[in-house]
Design a protein around this ligand. Structure first.
Ligand SMILES: NC(=O)c1ccc[n+]([C@@H]2O[C@H](COP(=O)([O-])OP(=O)(O)OC[C@H]3O[C@@H](n4cnc5c(N)ncnc54)[C@H](OP(=O)(O)O)[C@@H]3O)[C@@H](O)[C@H]2O)c1
Length: 237
């Protein structure tokens, strides 16, 4: 957004990093609303991308409600969400679905953009240090890994164009088997773990095997292989 010459105010609960000089940082806790009132005064658009998968009821859902209450009534609201969140019954996805309903009920103009899993998320799952030599990964399950910069571009487009409603879902260029993704992370990270596919039980496993997390829409940006190559280069440097 800053490159598009918007004045960007980034809310963070941890204080400001000093890496991006063109962005003004403000400390806000969306779980409590602390700092929010002064932060949202006069804003023209809000992208509510804050999330805390350990307490999404407070940060994702509660934070959204606070933003909606406190932001100027003509501020456009743009909210990222997740492909299939209404079909895959995890507690986090249920919270994302509640967020979507809250967005649709707001009196202000709004846009929701659902996306598939970001590269960093999958890398984080499968590179987590463990003493277990085996890495169990759901079989017959695909993830359509996405460059988060592509998501950022689409969110910026939604702000720029004041796009409204449920936007077209955004997915990565390819959907890979989870076992294939895990093996590439194990190789790149040098963890040496053995990837074992297992049949994830329950409704979540069934929804994932049915492809509820996938979309026919394919975005651009860095591919998974380019992303992994970057992680290897970083490790070797
Ligand atoms: N990751 C994915 O694969 C994926 C896929 C599709 C959609 N999405 C959606 O995209 C959005 C962003 O996801 P992400 O994975 O990019 O998130 P992320 O990297 O984990 O970033 C979430 C941000 O939320 C902020 N935050 C957490 N608790 C907060 C609090 N109490 N008050 C204020 N800010 C708080 C954190 O900033 P500080 O720590 O600086 O406070 C953090 O930078 C979410 O809505 C997510 O559901 C993600």
């Amino acid at each position: 957004m800053a490159r598009r010459r918007h004045e960007v105010l980034a809310a963070t609960s941890r204080g400001s990093p000093d890496s991006i000089a063109t962005i003004r940082y403000v400390t806000v806790d969306l779980a409590t609303g602390e700092g929010l009132d002064s932060a949202v005064g006069g804003v023209e658009a809000i992208v509510h991308s804050a999330t805390d998968p350990r307490r999404p009821d407070l940060v994702d859902v509660g934070g959204l409600r606070l933003l909606d209450q406190m932001a100027p009534s003509d501020a456009h609201l743009v909210v990222p969400s997740i492909v299939g969140c209404d079909l895959i019954p995890t507690p986090y996805y249920k919270a994302k679905t509640i967020c979507e309903h809250a967005v649709m009920a707001t009196a202000r103009t709004w846009a929701i953009l659902r996306a598939t899993q970001f590269h960093q998320l999958i890398w984080g799952w499968y590179s987590r240090p463990s003493r277990n030599p085996f890495l169990f990964v759901p079989a017959a399950t695909r993830y359509q890994v996405l460059d988060p910069m592509e998501m950022a571009r689409r969110l910026a487009d939604a702000v720029d164009g004041r796009l409204q409603g449920r936007l077209d879902d955004l997915g990565g260029a390819f959907a890979y088997e989870a076992t294939e993704l895990a093996r590439s992370v194990v190789t790149a990270s040098g963890s040496g773990r053995r990837v074992i596919g297992y049949n994830r039980p329950g409704l979540v496993g069934a929804a994932l095997r049915a492809g509820a997390n996938l979309t026919p829409n394919r975005g651009e940006g860095e591919t998974w292989n380019e992303f992994v190559a970057r992680q290897i280069a970083r490790r070797e440097s």
